[in-house]
Design a protein around this ligand. Structure first.
Ligand code: SAH
Length: 535
């Protein structure tokens, strides 16, 4: 390649995006995504993986013709969340051209593929096009669907007694979708596990051919749909039942079929290795309604327990109208004995102004109070520990804990643009000289995402988290009657009371008024009620 071309041309990273679970992407893939100017991605890639791309990266979604195209609601829903993507169905030559054009324009391009790019991923065609155009490339492997399906369905692909080899087989052949031209004889004699990709529509043909070629019809098979995703499904049957089983529903792609004795070993009752679907919240969908940027902890904890998580912020947190008022309070900090925080947002926004004006020495000898563990944690980020932290997370408890210290003391209360007056009132009643400053604004989000509304209407949302009274009120406005079609979990008796006042009953209430408490309440309620199958 001439030196001059190398200077101006970009580079293409052909990257495996993993099978579905966004955690199953490699560190190298993330590095590539972070530096990409453009990401050209497959329909099978979990759009959540795209969050590693820069916010200004160009996203090009490739639909794809083919029997196993995923037109499923979940994928469609998540892809719709991408927002900045442009995309349409492209032929392979068009995909090649897109890559060459983008890189030719000097861009760093990530070609993101489902699973591993080297497994049924049209790698050769794309690489050939890049070589021909003199464009540099790198290939980043990913976790292929076979590995994910095996691990997440608790089926080992090899076994020292029963399977000393594995074959990745495609059920889809060029041309006529129902014609399979596999070497059935060779595969029937294969001394190990067969993993069939893209074998849904052709199942009747390839299972029949394998059996005709001598594979025992009672060979155990595992059908794994949407492996590693929160709605993964798994069925165990015999080889001669696979086509029939796939016809029920019918089962839609993406599906892998694992055929071999390893399946039989893994499927036995309680000793089953099916850890993934046994997680406490597997098959449950939870709507998290915390403000944008503050939902991660709660979402992560729910995901960890197997839930599918959707987000619908009910309120928005933003800087106050009057930032100068906060700045003035910061300047006068030395005049106060107590600085009282009634939310983590209060800490965040107050310290933003404090640090914009100086440094932590401005706090001097002022004593600190926090309403609960989340607020204390926000203080801990500044290496500060509250002098007062009540046992129960509510304004009354904070006031009570402060009462012995406030008589004649000057107290600065950091608060939201709206909220309860009870703290200020009680502190003043106990002889405190209370000043309040609005450090941030909390406003309702008026309309729900269309996709979330659809999910609620379809009965797909099992739980809605209600983590404050403000959120309760906003949700009531946003969803009205719809709020009754899912179970509500409340963070505290106060929030439960607010919901009650609005006419909604809660199905669970946290005993610890924290995000962890909310998660615990859902898990308790789920384990108390017999698990409903979701399929
Ligand atoms: N390069 C990909 C495979 C692409 S072919 C990889 O390495 O995984 C597409 C086929 O992969 C689908 O038809 C299906 O058979 C399989 N597949 C991909 N993701 C899957 C998933 N999450 N669950 C089950 N099968 C999956």
């Amino acid at each position: 390649m001439p030196q001059t071309a190398r200077k101006t041309a970009g580079r293409v990273y052909l990257v495996g995006g993993g099978p579905g679970d966004p955690g199953l992407i490699t560190l190298r893939a993330i590095e590539c995504l972070r530096r990409a100017d453009a990401v050209v991605y497959d329909y099978l890639v979990n759009p959540r993986v795209l969050s590693h791309a820069r916010s200004d990266a160009e996203l090009v979604c490739l639909g794809r013709h083919g029997q196993d195209q995923v037109a499923g609601e979940q994928v469609g829903r998540e892809a719709a969340g991408g927002g900045r993507a442009r995309g349409r169905i492209m032929s392979q030559p068009e995909i090649n051209e897109t890559l060459v054009d983008l890189a030719g324009a000097g861009k760093t391009v990530v070609r993101l593929k489902g699973g591993d790019p080297a497994v049924f991923g049209h790698l050769a065609e794309e690489v050939a096009a890049l070589v021909e155009a003199g464009i540099e490339f790198e290939i980043v492997p990913g976790v292929t669907a076979a590995s994910a399906a095996a691990s997440y369905a608790g089926v080992p692909l090899t076994d020292r007694d029963s399977a000393s080899a594995v074959a990745f087989v495609t059920g889809h052949q060029r041309g006529d979708a129902t014609a399979v031209d596999l070497d059935a004889k060779a595969l029937a004699a294969f001394p190990g596990t067969l993993v069939v990709y893209m074998g849904v529509t052709t199942a009747a043909t390839w299972t029949r051919d394998l059996i005709a070629a001598g594979k025992p019809s009672d060979t155990p098979a595992a059908i794994v749909r949407r492996a590693s995703l929160p709605d993964q499904q798994r069925w165990i049957c015999r080889l001669d039942e696979v086509a029939e089983r796939l016809a029920v529903g019918p089962v839609r792609p993406p599906v892998l079929v694992i055929v071999g004795d390893v399946v039989g070993d893994a499927s036995g009752g309680e000793s089953s290795l099916d850890w993934f679907t046994r997680r406490p919240l597997f098959g449950r969908t939870v709507l998290v309604t915390r403000p944008l940027g503050q939902a991660e902890d709660l979402s992560a904890a729910l995901l960890e327990l197997g839930a599918d998580v959707l987000a619908q912020p009910a309120i928005e947190i933003s800087p106050p109208h009057d930032v100068a008022a906060v700045d003035r309070a910061v300047e006068r900090l030395a005049e106060f004995d107590w600085l009282v925080f009634s939310s983590a947002n209060g800490v965040r926004y107050f310290f933003e102004r404090l640090l914009a004006n100086g440094d932590l020495r401005a706090l001097g000898g002022v004593r600190l109070a926090a309403i609960g563990p989340g607020t204390a944690e926000a203080l801990a980020r500044f290496h500060l520990r509250p002098d007062v932290l009540p046992d129960t997370y509510r304004a009354e408890a904070l006031a009570e804990a402060l009462v012995p210290f406030v008589n004649g003391r000057r107290i600065l209360l950091i608060r939201a643009s709206r909220g309860r007056e009870v703290l200020a009132e009680q502190l003043a009643a106990s002889g405190g000289v209370v000043e309040q400053v609005v450090a941030y604004r909390s406003t309702d989000i008026a309309t729900a995402d269309a996709e979330v509304t659809i999910a609620i209407d379809a009965g797909r949302i099992d739980w809605i988290t209600v983590t404050s009274s403000a959120i309760a009120r906003s949700l009531a406005n946003m969803f009205g009657q719809r709020l009754r079609s899912s179970r509500l979990v409340s963070i505290s008796p106060l929030t439960t009371e607010t919901l009650g006042g609005l006419g909604y009953a809660v199905a669970a209430e946290a005993s610890q008024y924290t995000m962890a408490g909310v998660v615990g309440a859902i898990v308790r309620a789920e384990s108390a009620s017999p698990k409903r199958a979701k399929t």
